[in-house]
Ligand binder design. Structure first.
Ligand code: ATP
Ligand code: MG
Length: 408
């Protein structure tokens, strides 16, 4: 894409009330726009990142048999009353329709997916199965001050699984853990993300959270690097050594919860009378699991973890473009390289604008594409382009026909 045609541009002024780093840099670089506290629009650059995260998650959910669906944002009050959450969930947005009926703006979808499953499950032969969606959620968060880490409107992947018994749920739950590990590796957070024991299992003793270490996080977790165990502070009393291996490096760190998986058991099946007939024709409650993952929170977390004083450093897998091509008064040649890379399937943001070299360099660092290519009279004399990785300070000159292989 040509930068001259991008309808957005980088900003010098930021909204005064924006205090979180991830939102500040994403606003400044033109990835998002702020509509209200915890409510953001995704602009072309930001949407490309979200789409890449979405595709990685979609592939991994399909790999473990998840069938993609899309559930509505609105659900009638009665659904939420059935589980008692119309009253008990403080973050629930409630709205009234013109016929005076009340609705929830869904913050999660157990109240919709459980009755849906009830329309299709009759016999044990129809189990197990799992459905997922990547969809907008609404939560009336009190403190929406952490940018994309805590939205009042945000994108979540939620997967729900339906089983005949707990053994089968346990089996699938392990598969989901492995899928989540692959997702966090693929989006570039693998090294900083810990599978963490947490409270909140309505059926099992614990739920599991995936927590990424960052000072921007609101959670405190204990971690042991020796056995890679982590425990959320909320379920553990002061402890100086790892409870599993006794290691003394057991330490407390700030972290953000990027994913959370639960064994729901029959909590929601009971509320909606979701049952199946077993081999003997006896009715049994369906056993459920639910598995959440915040896409916009992942994007914000990557920005918190992967940046320097000049801007964002996107992992290749989710960068808006692989290459940022800067033309310094050499648009004729730059255009040819832009066309060629496009033909080779490389995503390029081409800075063809008539602005100073300094401005182009600063913006390339701010936007944070993995490779910066510079073409100028100086590089043309050497029959090539200057190439630099965003993560490194070193530059080198490479020949035109070597670029594709270099950046692939
Ligand atoms: P938190 O404790 O941070 O409020 P939660 O435990 O209420 O989150 P879950 O209900 O477990 O959140 O939601 C599943 C996932 O959705 C979370 O792991 C997180 O990645 C994401 N998520 C939850 N709330 C938000 C939010 N307000 N903004 C962005 N992402 C969110
Ligand atoms: Mg959670």
């Amino acid at each position: 894409m040509k930068q001259s045609q991008l309808f957005t541009h980088t900003l010098k002024e930021l909204p005064k009330d924006e205090t979180s780093y991830n939102a500040q840099v994403l606003l400044r670089a033109g990835f998002i726009d702020k509509v209200a506290a915890g409510v953001y629009s995704f602009l072309p650059l930001g949407w490309r990142v979200m789409e890449k995260i979405r595709q990685i998650i979609r592939e991994e959910m399909q790999f473990i048999g998840g069938q993609e669906i899309n559930l509505p944002t609105l659900a009638p009050k009665e659904n939420w009353q059935k589980t008692g959450r119309w009253e008990s969930l403080d973050i629930l947005f409630k709205i009234a329709a013109s016929d005076k009926k009340e609705y929830a703006l869904n913050p999660t979808h157990e109240e919709v997916v459980t009755p849906l499953a009830g329309k299709f499950i009759n016999s044990y032969r129809e189990l197990p199965f799992a459905v997922f969606q990547i969809q907008t959620k609404f939560r009336n968060e009190k403190r929406a001050k952490a940018g994309l880490l805590r939205g009042r409107e945000f994108t979540m992947k939620d997967l729900y699984s339906f089983h005949a018994d707990q053994v089968d749920l346990d089996r699938y739950y392990e598969q989901v853990i492995q899928a989540y590990v692959r997702i966090f590796n693929r989006v570039g957070l693998g090294a900083n993300t810990y599978l963490t024991f947490a409270a909140g299992g309505s059926f099992s003793k614990y739920s599991h959270e995936f927590q990424t270490l960052t000072a921007a996080g609101e959670d405190l977790i204990y971690i042991c690097d020796k056995c890679h165990l982590a425990v959320n502070q909320e379920i553990i009393t002061e402890q100086s050594v790892c409870p599993q291996c006794g290691d003394k490096d057991w330490r407390k760190e700030k972290a953000v919860e990027v994913g959370n998986i639960f064994k729901l058991g029959t909590r929601y099946s009971d509320a909606f009378a979701l049952s199946y007939s077993d081999k003997n024709g006896v009715k049994q409650p369906v056993v459920m699991g639910c598995y959440g993952l915040g896409l916009s929170r992942i994007m914000g977390t990557v920005v918190e973890v992967c940046h320097d004083e000049r801007g964002i450093i996107w992992p290749q897998s989710i960068a808006p473009f692989r290459v940022h091509l800067l033309s310094l008064k050499a648009n004729g040649e730059a255009e040819k390289i832009y066309q060629k890379l496009g033909q080779d399937g490389i995503e390029v943001l081409y800075d063809d604008r008539d602005v100073s070299a300094g401005e182009k360099f600063a913006e390339a660092d701010l936007i944070g594409c993995p490779y910066r290519l510079v073409i100028s009279q100086k590089t043309l004399i050497q029959n090539g382009v200057e190439i630099k990785r965003r993560v490194s300070q070193e530059t080198e000159i490479i020949k035109f026909n070597h670029i594709t292989a270099y950046v692939q």
